[in-house]
Design a protein around this ligand. Structure first.
Ligand code: BTN
Length: 251
């Protein structure tokens, strides 16, 4: 790998906050430096993609970081992807557990959702929020209609030092950020495909209110996913608001 971007991470730990993404967006609007990180023991109004509530009890790793990337607008999706890859790598090196990515931003273990990544922009800054159910007791995990949820604790990791895990993820992120900025997403494409849990799976895609079912056949270098629909036609979906993908259990 190329030398990382040497981001000076400036980490603030809070006991509780409404949402670390909100706090990081406020900090970004006030002109904070790239590398500002806000971590919270728990969140009272954690947010997920598509306006979902993000259940954030104590024991999880809930944090947001501010980047000020020199990237074209159409390359920004790569930040979500590299953050998911960094979370996967950080968990794996600390616990040995194999985490996969359900396109485009969900972290899965063994068919269950472990965490997620969410990017939001404000001015020239991008805030990346990462939520991971780490030391969350199985009894405190939310029950979600669409998919099972798990934690590292529930998967047998034992209790994890959250600061160690955070530092590991940030260091992985610095490396991949350097690759994205200097060489583009193609430098991360092999890892992106390798960690994907959707290729070859039956999927259900909601796109701007319409539903499509088929088999995920490819992840492309522009962040899209190609699905072979039931009539044999292939359709590409972009990783943007208005598009979401679920694993199709009805097949
Ligand atoms: C998703 O899967 O929908 C993305 C979830 C992102 C949750 C994290 S937890 C830290 C940060 N603060 C928030 O309010 N959300 C993100």
């Amino acid at each position: 790998m190329m030398p990382d971007m040497q981001i000076d991470w400036d980490i603030t730990w809070l006991d509780e906050v409404a949402s670390t993404n909100n706090a990081a967006l406020d900090a970004a609007r006030s002109g904070c430096l790239e590398g500002t990180v806000i971590v919270a023991g728990s969140q009272t109004r954690g947010r997920g993609r598509r306006g979902n509530v993000w259940h954030s009890p104590s024991g999880g790793l809930w944090f947001s970081l501010v980047l000020r990337p020199e990237l074209e607008r159409n390359e920004l999706w790569g930040l979500t992807a590299l953050s998911a890859l960094s979370a996967v790598a950080g968990v794996r090196s600390l616990t040995g557990l194999s985490v996969g990515i359900k396109w485009p931003n969900d972290l899965y273990i063994d068919g269950k959702k472990l965490g997620g990544v969410m990017a939001e922009s404000s001015g020239g800054a991008v805030v990346i929020g990462i939520g991971l159910n780490v030391n969350v007791d199985p009894a405190d995990l939310p029950s979600v209609e669409w998919y099972p949820v798990t934690s590292l604790l529930a998967e047998g990791s034992g209790r994890i030092d959250l600061a160690l895990l955070l530092n590991g993820i940030l260091s992985e992120l610095g490396e991949r950020y350097g690759l994205l900025v200097h060489r583009g997403f193609s430098a991360l494409l092999d890892e992106w495909r390798e960690r994907s849990v959707v290729r070859g799976m039956r999927v259900r895609v909601e796109c701007d209110g319409s539903e499509f079912r088929g088999t995920a056949v490819e992840l492309d270098e522009l962040g899209g996913i190609v699905v072979e629909l039931q009539d044999g036609a292939e359709r590409r979906f972009e990783p943007r608001a208005g598009v979401s993908l679920g694993l199709d259990k009805s097949s």
